[in-house]
Design a protein around this ligand. Structure first.
Ligand code: LMR
Length: 398
């Protein structure tokens, strides 16, 4: 039976990670996967996480199952973090949450939940979107279509085409929207565009799915959730998938959450039992470790303050490098306009260079970025930024 299998292409992001690892060049630069690195090029464990883990080691007295919804204290915290503590959807008991193995796990559970609610639903994603979105939804058996989003020429949004596309989507379909730090382009909706998106969702009756994998990496925890909170104020239902991989640096713990906002508390209760039955049929219940770390941090004012500080440090370092890339490229005599880099948000920037230039950067200089020209800015630091700028200038000159 197994000999019938055909080989499959490696994932464009994780495949690049493996290529980088195998490259012996001491000057190699990893701008591929969306993982934060500090000035030393290291993905350190956050201090708040270390303290929470020490506490957990002391307090943990059982390894028994935690149930299909996962850690209930984590779920309550993550809802407040996303919607704000006094959001009307929380006060009206319209939200149900399950903690999941990472943001990817949240998306897969969301896909299975959507199929139960409407087996014929199509899910619409931005052009372009995270490399795994389309295959993940297709693997779950959903039809996937795209709506206009990023404009490769102007390096902004295809605003009018995007709203025109959204205006064709029927009730019963689902529209995935990135809450902040759009992956891969870094171009986000502004508040006025969130208002227009919301008005169309209400009028057309489609269900939004908000993917929030980078809360706190754009402008701040509340700022990055402003669009989601406005949407939740105005539409009867939505899905939210969130992740603690980036903002808590808990990549390998696989900790995320799926939240369903229903039109009232009765529907939310029915959504809850369906959500749990979806979870039971996939992985039964999530691993506890990451959720309990996050709960410990958010239970403590002191650890929460430390987390805010560490998150701000990560965000500010990335933002500083946005300007530095522009300055260094200019200093290398590059005449193209790269000012758009400071208009992008989050971990990524679309450099807007072509495939041949990206291939040359990898082959000649061991500089790794995703084939769309997406660079993970945190891979840059004081010891490689000049090498990066020189190499990009070389390939741009042809
Ligand atoms: C990324 O986009 O680089 C991250 O979300 C990691 C991943 O799983 O692709």
């Amino acid at each position: 039976m197994f000999s019938q299998l055909q080989t499959v292409a490696t994932d464009p992001i994780l495949g690049l990670m493996a290529e980088y690892k195998a490259d012996p060049n001491p000057n190699k630069v990893d701008l591929g996967v969306g993982v934060y690195k500090d000035e030393q090029g290291h993905t350190a464990v956050l201090k708040c996480v270390k303290e929470a883990e020490a506490l957990r080691l002391k307090q943990e007295d059982s390894k028994t199952y935690i149930g299909m919804a996962g850690d209930l204290s984590f779920n309550a915290h993550i809802e407040k973090l996303a919607f704000g503590p006094a959001h009307q959807v929380l006060l009206a008991n319209r939200v149900t949450t399950a903690h999941t193995p990472g943001g990817t796990g949240a998306l897969r559970v969301a896909a299975e939940f959507i199929k139960r609610a409407n087996p014929n639903a199509t899910i619409w994603v931005t052009t372009p979107t995270w490399a795994n979105h389309i295959s993940l939804f297709q693997a779950a058996g959903l039809k996937v279509k795209e709506y206009a989003y990023y404009d490769y020429d102007s390096k902004g949004l295809q605003t009018e085409q995007m709203f025109a596309d959204l205006n064709t989507i029927p009730a019963g379909d689902v529209v995935l929207v990135h809450a902040c730090c759009h992956n891969p382009s870094g171009m986000d909706l502004n508040f006025e565009q969130w208002q227009r998106f919301t008005a169309i969702a209400k009028e057309r009756g489609f269900t939004p799915l908000v993917d929030m994998a980078y809360q706190g990496f754009g402008s701040g925890l509340d700022e990055d959730a402003a669009g989601l909170r406005y949407l939740a104020d105005n539409v009867p239902e939505l899905l939210l998938c969130s992740s603690c991989s980036k903002n808590f640096g808990l990549y390998r713990e696989r900790i995320g959450a799926v939240s369903i906002v229903a039109e009232d508390s009765k529907v939310a209760e029915i959504a809850r039992v369906n959500l749990l039955s979806v979870v039971r049929s996939i992985y039964s219940m999530p691993p506890a470790h990451g959720a309990i770390i996050v709960s410990h941090i958010l239970d403590s004012q002191e650890l929460t303050a430390l987390w805010h500080q560490e998150l701000a440090e990560m965000r500010n370092r990335i933002n500083d490098y946005r300007q530095l890339i522009i300055d260094k490229l200019a200093a290398e005599g590059v005449s193209q306009d790269f000012s758009f880099i400071t208009r992008q948000h989050g971990m990524f920037s679309f450099l807007g260079i072509n495939k041949a230039q990206i291939d040359r950067l990898k082959a000649e200089f061991s500089i790794y970025m995703v084939g769309s020209s997406r660079v993970s800015i945190a891979g840059l630091n004081h010891s490689n930024i000049d090498y990066f700028a020189k190499s990009v200038a070389t390939v741009l000159k042809g």
